[in-house]
Design a protein around this ligand. Structure first.
Ligand SMILES: N[C@@H](CCC(=O)N[C@@H](CS)C(=O)NCC(=O)O)C(=O)O
Length: 131
């Protein structure tokens, strides 16, 4: 019962953050290719919005298999969203993108400055990525 409540709470938090990120979407130099159902894509968009960065996004319809198109495979040969293009930087993998954004755009930090707390944050991230 306690576990079910925790999952429900996590889903609610995720839903609220997703709605907030969609509402704040703007146009700019940073481009992200994503799918609206992809949680990996959503967390990158949440980070872009938390940092107040303008960005342009391109939808990739995973159900229609657009991730397998030759055009998209040029961006990510593995065929996964999200993909971020920032100038001459082309990155895939949401965590790599988050770490890049954290360092390139230091405003509104995504990570705590305290090393111990930051390490715990990495631990939680890697744990969920390995599920
Ligand atoms: N480790 C990658 C995983 C990316 C990933 O699994 N993306 C899924 C959507 S959540 C995808 O693009 N799947 C393509 C497919 O299923 O063909 C990340 O964090 O970005």
């Amino acid at each position: 019962m306690k576990v079910a409540m925790t999952v429900r709470k996590r889903v609610m938090i995720f839903a609220v953050m997703f709605v907030a990120s969609v509402r704040q979407a703007k146009m700019t130099a940073v481009t992200i290719s994503f799918n609206w159902r992809s949680s990996c894509s959503c967390r990158v968009r949440i980070a872009l919005n938390l940092k107040g960065l303008d960005y342009e996004y391109t939808g990739v319809n995973l159900v229609k298999g657009e991730q397998n198109s030759p055009e998209f495979r040029k961006l990510n040969p593995l065929g996964y969203v999200p993909v971020l293009v920032d100038g001459d930087v082309l990155l895939s993998d949401s965590f790599a993108i988050l770490l890049y954004l954290a360092e390139k755009y230091p405003q509104h930090p995504l990570l705590p400055s305290d090393l111990k707390t930051k390490a715990i944050n990495f631990q939680v991230n890697f744990y969920f990525l390995s599920l």
